[in-house]
Design a protein around this ligand. Structure first.
Ligand SMILES: C[S@@+](CC[C@H](N)C(=O)[O-])C[C@H]1O[C@@H](n2cnc3c(N)ncnc32)[C@H](O)[C@@H]1O
Length: 243
């Protein structure tokens, strides 16, 4: 399970950030699309419409792969990360852009972000690595900071709900059990992408329990649905805070 500690080490110490996040082109190659087109289409379809609505908040900006686009379309952007060095990189990269606010969180707290101040929350390639307690903590905080009518786009793990119910059994059988579980829940024998044990159904239940409406859950976009987050069976949930 990717704990907060694991996330601090993986992205704060181990990862080399060769291309400020653009090194993660495997989602595009998995669906047979050029990375530039895949990224531009994701920005155009799911980021720009939200960011244009008002002040935005990004959870887990890393080195600013999506922050750049949020800053272009939003009047102000909060970024929240567990790694101070990622935030430092963004501070430096976007030093000449007014409107960037930064918060270093211990896990999922966003205390400095005022209540009902945010029109759009964005997080990509972050929740896929967050354990359920951190996901639910963030959903509670999102509900607090989102203004009535605000939207959110969150990319998270999409293991089918029923497969997660098997994991107490498969865990008991050691390595063979882990391999079987990976196959059952992600159709992969190895390399689970460090995905957390989260299903689209659970994410929707937790969001609704925190007062957020689920607008849609999807794994693809583009005029032919050609762009996907299917490599590890991920899901993207679009949320709305009721007006
Ligand atoms: C795989 S990187 C993705 C970065 C960026 N979103 C992108 O797509 O290029 C994961 C990012 O999430 C951050 N992160 C991990 N756990 C977090 C948490 N609990 N709260 C906020 N940020 C977190 C990491 O420090 C890192 O910046």
């Amino acid at each position: 399970m990717p704990t907060v500690e694991w996330n601090r080490k993986a992205w704060g110490k181990t990862h080399s950030w060769d291309q400020q996040g653009d090194e993660w082109s495997f989602m595009a190659s998995h669906c047979g699309q050029p990375y530039g087109k895949w990224k531009a289409s994701l920005v155009e379809t799911l980021l720009v419409p939200g960011a244009s609505r008002g002040p935005s908040l990004e959870i887990g900006p890393g080195h600013g792969r999506w922050t750049e686009h949020l800053l272009e379309h939003s009047p102000g952007v909060w970024i929240v990360d567990v790694n101070e060095n990622c935030l430092d990189h963004c501070r430096e990269r976007f030093a000449d852009r007014p409107g960037l606010r930064v918060h270093h969180t211990a896990d999922c707290g966003m205390d400095p972000v005022p209540d009902a101040s945010i029109a759009f929350v964005w997080s990509f390639d972050v929740f896929v690595h967050l354990d359920p307690d951190v996901v639910t903590g963030y959903l509670a905080e999102m509900s607090r900071v989102m203004a009535p009518g605000a939207g959110a786009v969150i990319h998270h793990a999409g293991k089918p709900d029923w497969t997660l119910r098997l994991s107490p059994l498969t865990r008991r059988t050691g390595r063979p059990g882990r391999i079987a579980q990976r196959w059952i829940s992600q159709r992969r024998w190895r390399d689970d992408g460090n995905r957390s044990d989260v299903s689209p159904e659970a994410f929707a239940r937790w969001a609704e329990a925190n007062g957020l409406e689920v607008v849609e859950q999807r794994g693809s976009w583009g005029d032919r649905g050609q762009h996907t987050v299917a490599k590890y069976r991920d899901s993207i949930t679009v949320l709305r805070k009721p007006a």
